[in-house]
Write a protein of this length. Structure first.
Length: 292
């Protein structure tokens, strides 16, 4: 019953877009239906990373990762067009459907947001039994810079920023494994934020007390990206992906952040290049062969 109601609601929203827009977003709809209707999964993206931590489980996942990231961007573009904003983009809101071996987005909608996730509350070390608290903390980790500036509002570009954080974690998992994405990288980002909380967000607010403040990407995040590029397994695809994440998804100024249609186009080029040229994602930039 719930599934039929969701399908009916989705068809109504699509109908309001007009025939031309619906046709243009055919691929988005195919991806989005999995997001909106099918909530059963083998776990979220964190679960996937944890259960696929061995190097031999990660080694053959690069082409798959390129495809999944492209399709997640497709889904986000669709959500931005139909609903305006996801508002909850994070690794815990991305589900892994084991039987299809695909990733889908879930848990979208501003009506599910809580104001306190944008107030600087944060800690990556939370008892897993407290799922609601943990979700709030995870959301704070992925919040975009404007969320910490008084009077600012979140927007579709906030989703782009949050997804950029997830993509950076995705590359971290692929190159370095579970401990690196779950412990090392968050620990590297830990510092006291403007609210006095210890935060593992990807940005900080700089400025004098009383000023609105200027958001900047944390130097530790930039250093981490450079470290990943130096990894012996880093391919040209991953270098290009990391450059896109840093310069266009994690840009501190939302006006200069990439929009979802252009993001889809770029990730589509990455995925297609990987599909037709295995050296693009298999060969290390520092050697002629992919090393384990």
């Amino acid at each position: 019953m719930a599934q039929k109601e969701a399908e009916r609601s989705l068809r109504e929203k699509i109908g309001h877009l007009g025939q031309k827009s619906t046709s243009m977003m055919k691929d988005d709809l195919l991806v989005f239906r999995r997001i909106h209707i099918n909530q059963r999964s083998a776990g979220n993206l964190w679960h996937f990373w944890k259960t696929h931590e061995a190097s031999n489980q990660r080694r053959d996942r690069c082409l798959w990762m390129a495809t999944q990231c492209y399709e997640l961007a497709l889904a986000l573009r669709f959500i931005h067009t139909v609903y305006g904003i996801h508002g909850h983009a994070k690794a815990e809101s991305i589900l892994w459907l084991e039987w299809d071996d695909i990733l889908v987005m879930s848990d979208f909608g501003l009506n599910r947001l809580r104001a306190d996730i944008f107030g600087g509350i944060n800690s990556k070390k939370v008892d897993p039994s407290f799922s609601t608290i943990r979700n709030i903390y995870r959301s704070a980790t992925y919040c975009a810079p404007k969320s910490d500036i008084r009077g600012s509002r979140i927007s579709p570009t906030s989703d782009i920023y949050s997804l950029g954080c997830v993509f950076l974690e995705f590359v971290t998992w692929y190159l370095e494994g579970w401990q690196s994405v779950n412990d090392d990288f968050p620990d590297r980002r830990l510092e006291e934020d403007v609210h006095g909380f210890v935060s593992d967000t990807f940005f900080r607010i700089e400025g004098n007390p009383g000023d609105p403040g200027t958001p900047v990407i944390k130097p530790e995040v930039k250093e981490w990206i450079e470290k990943l590029k130096r990894n012996s397994k880093c391919s040209q695809y991953l270098v290009d992906f990391l450059d896109l994440i840093q310069s266009e998804m994690l840009h501190s100024d939302s006006q200069h952040r990439i929009k979802s249609p252009r993001l889809v186009n770029k990730l589509h080029v990455f995925a297609e290049t990987c599909r037709h040229d295995s050296s693009y994602y298999m060969d290390s930039v520092s050697s002629s062969t992919y090393l384990d």
